[in-house]
Design a protein. Structure first.
Length: 533
């Protein structure tokens, strides 16, 4: 029996729009023993995705840092490309990779972000199907090295020879996209080297990881006739670990379309040291966390939605309290969710899920959750009314939504003291808040207004005064504070000598707040309760 081969399938969005990052991830993939590394080929993607990389440039970067793994676009919408140019690109990439290119092709789709309609491409699927067949014939002829003489319905190549030839003979393997039940793509795939599903082996939403092998029946790269079966697993946010593609420890998220577990990974394998050091919000907010849990009144069987869950402590505690119910945490941070999932698995929780996305627009199931909760995770929405309306639609009518939000900046000793230390004489001109303002819901009237406009009623606001902790001692508190964006912003405009003086002032401030049982600062928050209409 042939061995099932496994590959990563990389959406080149946002964090992965940098080809240098993609190259490093591919090198780690090969070192970890995987068999392939394939990339998405899209011009654009729905919000919140903002950055998209070119697949051919990314694949060239992969080819230069790897020696063994197969690579290629999976899949490329060939009807929106010129076949003569693809012929040159594919031969060049095949030679650069020493014969490791696989060309995944398909019709393309306009449903993800209008990439066809917005660029004037053909919208009729049947016509694109004819274009695909014609272009594939041109590619096969081009890879032969003989002059291509083609005059078809959609393109012309008049006596042009595409030399040099690809390393692979008779040409680059072609895996044609197709799903079971759609006869025409399957027949097309039968005339080429394999079929490729537009969906990965792993799903786009995940619970705690389980030990499992990728299933070939929906393998993302199909079953090449000349090689073993393959399974593809979508992955994003590569900077959360030094070995993100490690067999036995991979769990990943893709910004803007949910979370994706690596089906080939075992949950019991160790994870390497994170290259992204996460701020320890759980320790900082330990006192607030206790107050929030008491206010939630979670009951067995509840389904709980945690907004801005970070590393998932609130989500996991909610899952324990709700059993046999469940808890879902959502956050925009892939590294934080990676830690949340690992911790959930270590704690043996099987009723907790995590998804990466923006709660303002994420397609939650409608009227599904009995309780919504957020621990300082709702202050950063670009449109708070739209965000709370979307969250509200996910809650059952009458369901409670309980959240902690910061009061005004001038009521936060952690903010004013650290700002005074780092900004020094420039404190008056320094921004009172960071680019992601944590104080947007500091005014109780504003909170009530946006919640009411978002479909909530019975808004109740309670004053909470609890200290925050930045570390067990001043040295570790200093390291923690310097991870914060606000600290980085306040230091950014200082010259070297001014920055050195600012760090000295920070040390003095932290020493003054070191109680021997941690470095503590006063803080003020609002505990906000409301009910979905």
């Amino acid at each position: 029996m042939n061995r099932l081969r496994s590959a990563l399938w990389l959406p080149l969005f946002d964090d992965l729009a940098d080809p240098r990052v993609v190259a490093r991830l591919a090198a780690d993939t090969e070192e970890a023993g995987w068999d392939g590394c394939f990339v998405w080929d899209q011009l654009c993607r729905r919000e919140p995705v903002r950055q998209v990389a070119d697949p051919w440039i990314a694949l060239a970067a992969i080819a230069t840092v790897t020696e063994r793994i197969r690579l290629g676009p999976m899949v490329s919408a060939l009807p929106r490309r010129r076949p003569a140019k693809v012929a040159r690109e594919s031969v060049t990439l095949d030679r650069l990779s020493a014969g490791r290119l696989t060309l995944g092709v398909g019709l393309g789709s306009d449903r993800f972000a209008g990439e066809l309609s917005r660029t004037g491409e053909e919208l009729d699927a049947r016509r694109r199907g004819r274009m695909l067949d014609e272009f594939l014939a041109v590619l096969a002829a081009a890879w032969s090295g003989e002059p291509v003489r083609h005059r078809g319905e959609h393109c012309t190549v008049d006596g042009l020879a595409f030399l040099p030839r690809p390393v692979q003979r008779p040409g680059v393997p072609v895996w044609a996209a197709g799903c079971p039940g759609n006869a025409k793509p399957i027949r097309r795939a039968a005339t080429h080297d394999s079929t490729a599903s537009p969906r990965p082996t792993s799903s786009t939403r995940t619970s705690s990881p389980r030990s499992s092998a990728p299933s070939p029946r929906c393998a993302g790269a199909g079953w090449p006739r000349t090689t073993s079966p393959w399974g593809c697993h979508s992955v994003s946010i590569p900077n959360r670990t030094r070995e993100p593609a490690r067999r036995g420890g991979c769990q990943s998220w893709s910004r803007g379309y949910g979370s994706t577990p690596c089906g080939a990974c075992s949950a019991t394998a160790p994870w390497r040291e994170e290259t992204v050091t996460l701020f320890d919000y759980d320790s900082e907010l330990a006192r607030h966390h206790e107050r929030l849990l008491k206010a939630l009144d979670i009951r067995p069987g509840d389904r709980v939605l945690d907004i801005g869950c970070g590393t998932g402590r609130t989500t996991r505690d909610a899952a324990r309290a709700a059993s046999p119910g469940s808890a879902l945490g959502i956050d925009v941070s892939g590294p934080a969710l990676a830690r949340a999932l690992r911790q959930a698995e270590a704690e043996g929780l099987r009723n907790v899920d995590f998804v990466q996305g923006d709660a303002q627009a994420h397609p939650f199931p409608q009227e599904y959750f009995a309780l919504g909760v957020s621990r300082f995770g709702t202050m950063f929405f670009s449109d708070p009314v739209a965000a709370f309306a979307n969250i509200g639609r996910a809650l059952r009518p009458g369901a409670r939504f309980v959240q902690l939000v910061w009061q005004a900046a001038d009521r936060q000793e952690w903010h004013t003291a650290i700002r005074a230390a780092l900004a020094g004489g420039h404190a008056s001109s320094a921004s009172a808040s960071t680019a992601d303002d944590p104080f947007t819901l500091a005014d109780p009237e504003v909170v009530a207004e946006v919640l009411t406009a978002g479909g909530f009623t019975a808004v109740d606001v309670v004053d909470v005064r609890e200290p925050v902790c930045y570390g067990p001692d001043a040295d570790r508190a200093r390291a923690a504070v310097l991870q914060l964006r606000m600290a980085k912003e306040w230091l950014a405009d200082l010259d070297a000598s001014s920055a050195e003086r600012a760090l000295d002032r920070l040390g003095t401030t932290l020493d003054a707040h070191d109680t021997g049982d941690g470095v503590w600062f006063d803080s003020r928050a609002w505990l906000v309760g409301a009910r979905r209409r």
